[in-house]
Design a protein around this ligand. Structure first.
Ligand SMILES: [Cu+2]
Length: 130
């Protein structure tokens, strides 16, 4: 009888342990350290991603930015230096159709900054750093 109870307790521990292990496999915990956001902007039909979306980044949390030109005309992506600093300027240089450019958005101060294509007035959106 006593052995049975011990066996049941042992099996319970094994079951809970196994379920916990499976749970961690299904929902891996975030690795500690820097989490890098990735942002993809596709230039197509004179907009970025169709809507020139707002890009939200954390202050001092570099975000990987990939700019792809999937259009037939040349585009670029620029972020100018802000008056009081706060963001690292970006200039992809002209991207022809099919070219892409890998860079990073690095905001040192909270604020709203602008990204734009220097060829097309309508291609502009906001980078919001918080
Ligand atoms: Cu453009």
């Amino acid at each position: 009888m006593r052995n049975n109870i011990i066996a049941i307790i042992a099996i319970s521990f094994l079951t809970v342990g196994a379920l916990w292990g499976v749970g961690n496999l299904l929902n891996p915990q975030e690795e500690s350290g820097t989490k890098v956001e990735s942002i993809l902007l596709i230039a197509q039909r004179s907009s970025f991603n169709g809507t020139n979306p707002d890009i939200h980044v954390g202050v001092n949390v570099p975000a990987k930015l990939v700019v792809c030109n999937e259009d037939t005309v040349t585009h670029d992506l620029r972020v100018d230096e802000a008056k009081n600093g706060g963001i690292t300027p970006i200039n992809t240089a002209p991207l022809r159709g099919g070219q892409d450019f890998l860079t990073a958005i690095v905001a040192e101060k909270p604020g709203t900054y602008e990204y734009y294509c220097s060829y097309h007035l309508g291609m502009r959106g906001k980078i919001i750093a918080q």
